[in-house]
Write a protein that binds this ligand. Structure first.
Ligand SMILES: Nc1ncnc2c1ncn2[C@@H]1O[C@H](COP(=O)(O)OP(=O)(O)OP(=O)(O)O)[C@@H](O)[C@H]1O
Length: 853
């Protein structure tokens, strides 16, 4: 990006001036002398800093902490009327004391393979695969889908063919992200159900004949929309005498698709199920509940069960739920058959009760956990893969175990451009802004970018920060530390009133929220630093309706009658958005935080939100200096089969941090440094401006640390808190305090208010009740707080995180016995001594990695 993209800030104030410092002309002689002295002082500070910088550029993975040499900044100023003093700001601080980052040898980004691997296959047609001509016509004319993709070409023939029970095989579909897996199971289901239209009694009261389960609400809704799009066909029976005249039977009239994802009341859902939903798309918890508790849920005739993102369903601890669903379906079927036999059923005759249910598992990645599912859920399974359009028989559940390579062949789409940039911790925030600016400037109107962060708190913080911070805010507006203290005192007062007088305090809370610009239910914001783009947020702690609104806004489909938005959009999200989401034309995916859970699989799914169905896209990974080994590590794991591994066909291209900043902030030479510094200062000022902002930043920082600590043990050599410079990391959360100050600040507020733990994960073990509520935390009442709010994330994934956290807690326990002080380095740095606190830490980790993700 060149200077054409001008920062909305008075960079000249801080950019290096052409005139030598201190050579002020004109004005009073006292002013000139003052300027001269200031320049001299600044020069000596820079000198010291550069010496320290050189000293820190050693091989130590943990950067040496620089003695504080900065001039006094406005944080300590207690003169609100003093003008902003950019000269006294720590302009160089972002670019000093960073660990030496080796620039990638190759600056030329490797072009990916010219031939997209997940695009429709030219040499194939739907006609040759046995698909109903009416469906083909609908796909071609109404959905612009003309040729099958490789996975569709491979899966449709075996799934469309009518067979006897003995020959009926369950199916295990694996292919790359964005390769069209949804249609590979939706089309066979619809084609299978269509002939039922000829039954005289058929209507939607037949009950549920096909169930599709997805791990997240967003994905379930998306699949439901695909099913609906196909059912919009005005299919008429082929053998109608008048060849499709108006009075002929419309074959899809009774075929209705239903969606169960929480967000509406149970009574409402029951009513819908009573009416009948021949095709049902659901998240697992919700489905199991209705199978167990809704007597009018007519599911005894279910013929299809699809588990989309099967490996994630197992990873998220839905294993028991899925087993419950399978048992429940079997039980319901037996009861229905029994009732028919005994003549107790009102069911009409003629139903083929002999035909068994067919189960389909589907994912871009397969993990060992799926073996359990293969063993319990699939009968005589066939594995269908796309890459070579080959089919591979699975002799039985053990076959997957016996051949681990079948579970490992994961590759991103060949046309995806994969890049990484090593970013010193201090520069993370400004580097993110720079990258977003560049990508949006390159992509033009309508550019869509997804940014993955480690946890919900971090998403909330960055979303609020980007929407709130603005350039040119006077420093004094940020508030001094004294103001801050006053602020938190008055906040404490508010909280006391909260408990005594609900109505009044709510009012107060509201006006405070207004003054601090926090919007708990907002999804869209704008950032003056990233012009022409709306920024959305998405994570599992937001109410369902809010989540859906965010996705709609990001995708640019705001309302039926509203025109498609042309402005660019950015989605800040957790891993909740990594699976299955098919958002149109995402230009780039940025992994601001590398995945803490799921390793290479999660990487593949995240980057797979772009470069879909043959389209281009780029994936950026922001890597800390201590994490550079990750690049080789991930490359080795995403090579696909052995042949590809040998050739090393997949690689990530390194881009230098300077070039990212230069292209994002423009300017000549190193001018970008001054501009980036101004941007950083604007963020820091925003954090200082209000205690709510500071709380949000601290909370995000601590939650991020907790999330970071949950990297599994086999990744600890790359991702270990001990390797991080916590002060530098704090800066990336726009915090000026060192982490000790962060924690002691939060512990101070804790001991003071005793019950103020909700906004800031506490230090000394107070109970997390009372206090001000952040814009949505783990405990916030989701609109789905009917027991399903956390339908999508919980269970086993929690347990993994919990297991790892417990190990950490044990270590901390030993430390506590030794005196309970917080240590200055090592894994315990994110912890605070005290048994209560440790227990809470585990609980909070569960929230972060479970339903709070
Ligand atoms: N034959 C086709 N021709 C053109 N586009 C297609 C075809 N089949 C599917 N698509 C489009 O490709 C996109 C990706 O499809 P889909 O979401 O089913 O991919 P997927 O394999 O399930 O991806 P993921 O693994 O990420 O869930 C969708 O926008 C879909 O409409």
């Amino acid at each position: 990006m060149d200077d054409g993209l001008v920062l909305n800030l008075a960079v000249d104030d801080v950019a290096p001036s052409k005139r030598p410092a201190g050579s002020q002309k004109g004005g009073k002689w006292t002013d000139r002398l003052k300027a001269k002295r200031t320049a001299k002082r600044k020069a000596s500070t820079r000198e010291k800093a550069s010496v320290t910088n050189a000293a820190s550029e050693d091989s130590n993975p943990r950067p040496v902490k620089r003695p504080r040499t900065e001039p006094v900044t406005a944080t300590t100023s207690n003169k609100p009327s003093a003008p902003a003093k950019p000269q006294t700001q720590v302009i160089s601080s972002l670019f000093t004391s960073n660990p030496k980052v080796e620039l990638p040898k190759e600056t030329v980004v490797k072009r990916p393979a010219a031939k997209p691997s997940n695009a429709p296959v030219d040499s194939s047609t739907f006609e040759g695969l046995g698909l109903n001509p009416l469906i083909i016509s609908h796909l071609t004319n109404k959905m612009n889908i003309k040729k099958p993709t490789a996975i569709q070409r491979a899966s449709l023939p075996p799934m469309l063919v009518e067979t006897s029970n003995e020959d009926l095989r369950d199916v295990f579909i694996q292919s790359q992200t964005g390769s069209g897996k949804t249609l590979s199971y939706v089309l066979p289901i619809i084609q299978d159900l269509l002939p039922l239209s000829s039954l005289s009694y058929i209507d939607r009261s037949i009950g549920t004949l096909a169930i599709i389960i997805a791990p997240t609400r967003e994905l379930a809704k998306q699949i439901h929309e695909v099913v609906e799009a196909i059912l919009r066909m005005r299919l008429r029976a082929e053998n109608d005498a008048d060849g499709g005249a108006e009075n002929s039977t419309r074959m899809t009239r009774w075929l209705v698709s239903g969606l169960l994802i929480g967000g509406s009341t149970r009574t409402h859902e029951k009513a819908r199920l009573r009416k009948g939903c021949p095709i049902l798309v659901s998240t697992p918890g919700r489905l199991l509940d209705h199978i167990q508790n809704t007597s009018s849920f007519n599911v005894g005739k279910c013929r299809w069960l699809v588990l989309d993102e099967a490996d994630q369903l197992m990873e998220l601890g839905f294993e028991e739920t899925i087993t419950g669903i399978l048992r429940g379906l079997e039980g319901r079927r037996k009861l229905a058959i029994q009732a028919v036999k005994e003549g107790k059923s009102l069911e009409v005759g003629g139903w083929d009760w002999e035909r068994r249910r067919r189960t389909v598992l589907c994912s871009a990645t397969l993990r060992d956990s799926v073996q359990t599912l293969v063993g319990t859920a699939l009968i005589n399974p066939i594995m269908i893969k796309a890459l070579e359009a080959d089919k591979e028989d699975i002799a039985g559940p053990d076959a997957v175990t016996a051949n681990p390579s079948t579970t490992q062949s994961l590759t991103p789409p060949s046309q995806l451009l994969q890049k990484y940039v090593v970013v010193p911790l201090k520069l993370r925030l400004v580097a993110l802004v720079a990258l977003l600016r560049t990508l949006i400037a390159q992509g033009g109107n309508g550019t869509k970018i997804i940014v993955f962060l480690s946890c919900t708190d971090s998403v909330d913080f960055h979303w609020t920060l980007l929407g709130g911070a603005s350039m040119g805010d006077p420093e004094e507006g940020a508030g001094s530390e004294e103001d801050e203290a006053k602020d938190s005192e008055s906040e404490d007062d508010d909280d006391e009133e909260d408990e005594s007088d609900d109505g009044k305090s709510k009012q107060k809370g509201k006006s405070k929220a207004k003054s601090s610009n926090l919007d708990p239910d907002g999804v869209e914001t704008k950032c003056p630093l990233i012009p022409n783009a709306s920024i959305y947020r998405l994570h599992g702690s937001l109410p369902t309706a809010t989540r859906m609104r965010a996705l709609k806004g990001f995708a640019g489909t705001k309302g039926k009658n509203q025109p498609q938005s042309t402005s660019s959009s950015i989605l800040l999200c957790t891993s909740v958005a990594s699976r299955g989401l098919d958002l149109p034309l995402v230009k780039a995916v940025i992994q601001y935080d590398l995945p803490t859970e799921g390793g290479p699989n999660e990487y593949i799914h995240r980057v797979g939100r772009t470069a879909r169905a043959g389209k281009g896209g780029e994936a950026w990974s922001m890597v800390a200096p201590s994490e550079t080994e990750w690049v080789k590590w991930i490359e080795e794991r995403i090579q696909g089969d052995d042949d590809q591994k040998a050739k090393k066909t997949v690689s990530l291209s390194g881009v230098g941090i300077e070039s990212v900043l230069q292209s994002g902030y423009g300017g000549k030479g190193k001018e970008y440094e001054a501009r980036a510094t101004e941007v950083q200062l604007a963020f820091e000022r925003w954090v200082l401006r209000h205690s709510d902002h500071a709380n949000l930043a601290r909370k995000a920082y601590l939650s991020h640390m907790r999330a970071y600590a949950t990297h599994p043990s086999n990744e600890k050599h790359i991702f270990h808190i001990r390797h991080l410079h916590l002060g530098h990391l704090a800066k990336s959360f726009a915090l000026r305090e060192a982490p000790t100050k962060v924690t002691s600040a939060s512990s101070k507020s804790k001991s003071k208010g005793s019950n103020k733990a909700k906004t800031t994960p506490n230090a000394k073990g107070g109970k997390p009740s009372g206090g001000k509520r952040p814009p949505r935390d783990a405990a916030s009442s989701d609109s789905d707080s009917d027991g399903y709010g956390h339908d999508n994330y919980g269970g086993k994934r929690d347990m993994d995180a919990e297991r790892r956290m417990k190990a950490v807690v044990r270590a901390q326990g030993r430390l506590t016995k030794k005196g309970g002080a917080m240590v200055s380095s090592g894994i315990s740095e994110f912890q605070i001594a005290g048994t209560d606190a440790l227990e809470k830490l585990v609980a909070l980790t569960r929230l972060d990695n479970g339903y709070n993700v």
